[in-house]
Design a protein around this ligand. Structure first.
Ligand code: CMP
Length: 151
């Protein structure tokens, strides 16, 4: 995993990506610009794990490029692939909302670039935008439902 410089190009990319993600589209430019100052861009290699089920969660991720898989443990040895994520998708919200360990393992199927927001900044964005917070919570609830029915 490597940290990339977030230059003006990446920031305008982030604005474009976030405009395609319903959850961020509800942010006004003021809030989005504020959030952008806290965003870091990370680059991962194919096969690298971004987060592991059971670990403490301290960040939220939005996919700029690449494909990632979401999987959960099934018993002691096996794991089950639940979903694939690609550009415009995001993950890592559940552990932050619930203040609980990561519910799934996210691995890079291809090399990937991810925008990362630390929990304190994610929480500030939620606080300043109740509509966004509601949408995040309802997506987390839908994902939780899927997790319960797949583990
Ligand atoms: P978190 O529990 O913080 O870390 C693992 C993440 O996987 C979780 O947040 C969600 O963002 C994501 N996740 C869990 N279940 C699904 C699902 N069914 N589809 C897509 N993403 C999921």
């Amino acid at each position: 995993m490597k940290t990339l410089q977030t230059g003006d190009d990446e920031k305008s990319d982030f604005v474009k990506i976030t405009r395609k993600i319903n959850f961020f589209a509800s942010m006004n430019m003021g809030l989005l610009e504020k959030i952008l100052t806290y965003v870091t861009l990370y680059e991962y290699g194919a096969g690298e794990k971004v987060c592991r089920q059971g670990e403490k969660g301290d960040a939220f991720y939005a996919v700029k490029a690449g494909r990632l898989t979401v999987s959960v443990k099934k018993g002691l040895i096996f794991s089950k692939k639940l979903a694939e994520l690609g550009p415009g998708d995001f993950f890592g919200e559940m552990a932050l909302i619930d203040r609980a360990p990561r519910n799934a393992t996210i691995a890079c199927e291809t090399a990937a670039k991810l925008f990362v927001l630390l929990s304190e900044h994610f929480e500030a964005a939620m606080r300043e935008n109740p509509k966004l917070a509601e949408e995040m919570k309802s997506l987390a609830a839908a994902r939780r439902f899927e997790l319960i029915h797949n583990t």
